[in-house]
Design a protein around this ligand. Structure first.
Ligand SMILES: [Zn+2]
Length: 250
């Protein structure tokens, strides 16, 4: 699905583009190549490949795959996409070891399968990230320069990526913060309000135009106000609205 000349969505549950277990998989196109944001669950692999080929031709050329965090709906598709496209995976030093080990416990897949959140056939295939980074580093991938910003709260390894393109300031927010000021606090061992208290200020005041979350609506303008809405609730001593509270974001 083409959004603008440089922004595409090639996988998504909500937009019905691939598996119902997939996050949004954005494809950012520069003159140098294509940058996939997240890899989906892998259950929608064929649909994602078909969408990529429909937008970019049978051989989509050079590219890379950048992960926001280790959760199955974002990472389990990484190995097969990387292998078939020949595109390297980039991930933070907190996410990459889980992928390298194919550790289904550490990516919360084992527990999520047990509670029916994911089907038994969903697996995490071990794969090496060729490019790793940590908080504050600038990552160059497929013609994009992205600043990696670690924001704990949804998971300990959650990263947002800030970049400028086509005259706009853009933030990939993964499952950290969504349209409408919704945050991704969930009932897992490493999801915490404390993480949001300490780290959400790192994405305040960035003047973000384009906000690209891992689920739900995205926007091409005014993105910062969605981040700031969550920040204001925290500043007032309240818990921001969270995913899963009767909504259908996931
Ligand atoms: Zn997640």
């Amino acid at each position: 699905m083409r959004v603008t000349s440089w922004l595409y969505l090639v996988g998504s549950r909500q937009f019905g583009l691939s598996s119902p277990y997939d996050c949004h998989i954005y494809a950012l196109r520069s003159a140098a190549g294509i940058l996939l944001i997240d890899a989906g669950s892998g259950l929608g692999h064929d649909a994602v490949m078909a969408n990529l080929r429909a937008e970019f031709g049978p051989a989509p050329g050079p590219g890379a795959i950048l992960l926001t965090h280790r959760h199955p709906d974002h990472m389990c598709g990484a190995a097969r996409l990387s292998r078939e496209l020949g595109w390297p995976v980039a991930a933070s030093v907190h996410t990459a070891p889980v992928l390298l080990a194919g550790d289904e416990d550490a990516c919360d897949l084992t527990e999520a399968k047990a509670n029916g959140g994911y089907p038994p056939e969903l697996r995490l295939e071990a794969w090496a990230a060729e490019r790793t980074f940590d908080d504050g580093e600038t990552v160059e991938l497929a013609g994009f320069q992205l600043r990696a910003i670690r924001v704990r709260g949804h998971s300990n390894d959650s990263f947002a990526y800030l970049f400028a393109y086509d005259g706009r300031r853009c933030l990939v927010s993964g499952d950290i913060v969504f349209y409408g000021g919704v945050v991704g606090m969930i009932n897992t061992p490493d999801s915490s309000l404390r993480g949001y208290r300490e780290d959400l200020p790192k994405v305040a005041g960035l003047g973000v135009d384009v906000l690209l979350p891992g689920h739900g609506l995205f926007t091409m303008s005014g993105g910062q106000r969605h981040i700031d809405a969550a920040r204001r609730e925290l500043d007032k001593g309240f818990v921001p609205r969270c995913i899963g509270q009767g909504d259908l974001i996931f």
